[in-house]
Design a protein around this ligand. Structure first.
Ligand SMILES: [Zn+2]
Length: 245
């Protein structure tokens, strides 16, 4: 009983610590990218802290029946080495990004919606691309274009959420849309990439689908990463694929 209590206290404390650190991280990021007067337009920017802090390299086993294979986000089946990370798209403009519902015949973004069969909802196609580059900036792995369904996940700055989700899509001013690293495709397949120092780069609003006004904040985030020798072991992720976003 006493052991259980201690375990519980330990877990409760860890949870508080995790929650607080996530909150303080969001506070410092919102100070870096405060909501500003953008003439009533959204301005999309990736949370650079979360992108870096969640980055990891793992091995995963993939079969032909999985979504990852069907969506073309891996170079083949079997064990693949993936470099994965969180992408949170923040909206730091002074208006919501309103993408809306695909079933609305007047939706201005109708041509950008693409149905994702594994997910059972629509994504915005060509919204972002994930790439691996050499230290000198040449492309090593031409990453896949990652589809997004825009919704409010975290509050960074500003007011309340207007409740966007994968049905009626958008990101409220001051909020962020979180794609966590466990989601299918939230990675770059680095299988066979030789040991060395590389750059991981994420570009959002790639096709210029959304008008970002003065676009004060960058649409590109990047960081350096050391890729270990492919013969070295890394952690193996055996969890099921997650395709709910
Ligand atoms: Zn989805």
């Amino acid at each position: 009983m006493r052991k259980l209590t201690i375990l519980f206290l330990f877990l409760a404390t860890s949870l508080v610590l995790v929650t607080n650190s996530a909150r303080s991280q969001r506070t410092s990021v919102s100070r870096q990218f405060p909501v500003y007067n953008n003439g009533g337009k959204p301005d999309l920017v990736v949370d650079p802290q979360r992108f870096v802090s969640q980055m990891e390299i793992v091995d995963r086993f993939f079969t032909e029946s999985g979504c990852a294979f069907q969506e073309g986000v891996i170079g083949g089946t079997g064990y693949r080495r993936i470099l994965r990370f969180d992408t949170v798209v923040m909206n730091s403009g002074d208006a919501d990004l309103v993408v809306g519902d695909r079933s609305d015949p007047d939706n201005p973004y109708a041509e950008w919606f693409e149905f994702a069969p594994c997910h059972g909802h629509f994504h915005i196609r060509d919204f972002s691309v994930y790439e691996l580059l050499n230290a000198n900036g040449t492309l090593v792995v031409a990453g896949h274009k990652q589809g997004f369904c825009m919704e409010d996940s975290f509050k960074y700055d500003g007011g309340k959420s207007n409740g966007y989700d994968c049905g009626f899509q958008g990101i409220s001013s001051g909020w962020g849309d979180w794609y966590y690293k466990q989601l299918t495709g939230q990675w770059i397949d680095i299988t066979g990439v030789p040991e060395g120092d590389y750059i991981v780069r994420v570009t959002i609003n790639l096709a210029g689908t959304f008008d970002e006004g003065t676009n004060r904040y960058p649409n590109v985030v990047q960081t350096s990463i050391h890729v270990p020798d492919p013969r070295n072991k890394v952690a193996i992720d055996t969890s099921a694929e997650i395709n709910d976003k």
